[in-house]
Design a protein around this ligand. Structure first.
Ligand code: BDR
Ligand code: CA
Length: 304
């Protein structure tokens, strides 16, 4: 089993990614931390606890950063709804799973206590991970890698050139990409191809309780516009952990644009070596769409 910490901002696609991860036998989720992103910290923490209650899984949760390091906050409630998980009536959560300590301290302890190096899986803005690296740089040697959903080698989905998770906190992303910890960037290049169509969603409806719940969330994801496919961005990071062979990757230097007046938050991915910088990330450039679809439905089949 691979020990992991998931840092998340549910978020409809986060909810789906959590389902796939929670029921996978290969992953050992030691901790789930939350970060303001798709909606406020309060809401994403509540959503995480509601999901764990729904799945009947007891994994410690720690709330982290309520705002980006420097930038003014943005959110994505236009995509995920006011609550961040519109569309399904979840059970009230078990608040006992919520640790009293800050996510960064909880991560620190979990990483140091682990007898195997831990993989971090951030699927929201990188604020907590940046704070962890700055406050406790000694953890770096016990982090195996950071497999993150974020970035793009081409255009953005939040700014012209910026993907949402990086755009939400570019300074944090810059700290993480320059940390020296091995990084896998699972960005829009693959997220845009990890699609769920109405016929897939119909299959989920009767698959099991989880599928039924996700079907209802999908009715509200992006205002229910499913015809061109719903993008399972965050599930791609989980798919990478479990089936890296479904991805085409290239090692490259990725710099985060912090100053561009039009391009702040852009992940400048130097695939051709123009900048003469050593690579700091394994960049996912492509995904086998068929394999992804199979893996996706299979993973949700394993849920309750
Ligand atoms: C990312 O932004 C969020 O809205 C999604 O949850 C995903 O993590 C995609 O750009
Ligand atoms: Ca997310």
């Amino acid at each position: 089993q691979t020990p992991i910490i998931i840092d998340t901002d549910p978020g409809i696609d986060d909810a789906v990614a959590l389902a796939a991860a929670l029921y996978s036998k290969e992953l050992d989720i030691k901790l789930i931390t939350t970060v303001a992103g798709n909606v406020s910290l309060e809401k994403v923490t509540y959503n995480t606890l509601r999901l764990l209650q729904f799945f009947k899984k007891e994994i410690p949760v720690a709330a982290g950063a309520a705002q980006p390091l420097i930038k003014e906050p943005i959110d994505a409630s236009n995509v995920h709804g006011e609550t961040g998980m519109d569309g399904y009536d979840f059970p009230e959560p078990n608040e006992n799973l919520l640790l009293k300590e800050h996510a960064v301290n909880a991560m620190y302890k979990t990483i140091l206590q682990s007898n195997k190096p831990i993989t971090l899986v951030p699927i929201g803005p990188l604020t907590n991970i940046a704070l962890l690296i700055r406050l406790y740089p000694e953890v770096k040697t016990n982090i195996k890698e950071i497999v993150l959903m974020g970035g793009s080698t081409t255009r953005g989905n939040s700014g012209v050139m910026a993907e949402f998770n990086i755009h939400a906190d570019p300074e944090a992303a810059s700290i993480v990409f320059n940390s020296g910890v091995p990084i896998v960037m699972v960005g829009l290049d693959v997220g845009w191809k990890a699609l769920v169509y109405p016929e897939d969603s119909e299959k989920l409806k009767t698959l099991n309780e989880t599928g039924h719940m996700i079907y209802h969330l999908f009715q509200k994801y992006r205002g229910g516009s499913m015809k061109t496919g719903l993008k399972m961005y965050d599930s791609c990071a989980i798919a990478y952990l479990l089936c890296p062979e479904m991805f085409t990757t290239q090692k490259a230097y990725v710099g985060i644009e912090l100053n561009g007046s039009l391009s702040k938050g852009c992940t400048v991915t130097d695939l051709k070596g123009y900048l003469n910088m050593p690579s700091n990330a394994t960049v996912c450039l492509d995904i086998d769409e068929k394999l992804f679809k199979g893996w996706f439905l299979d993973s949700l089949q394993k849920c309750n």
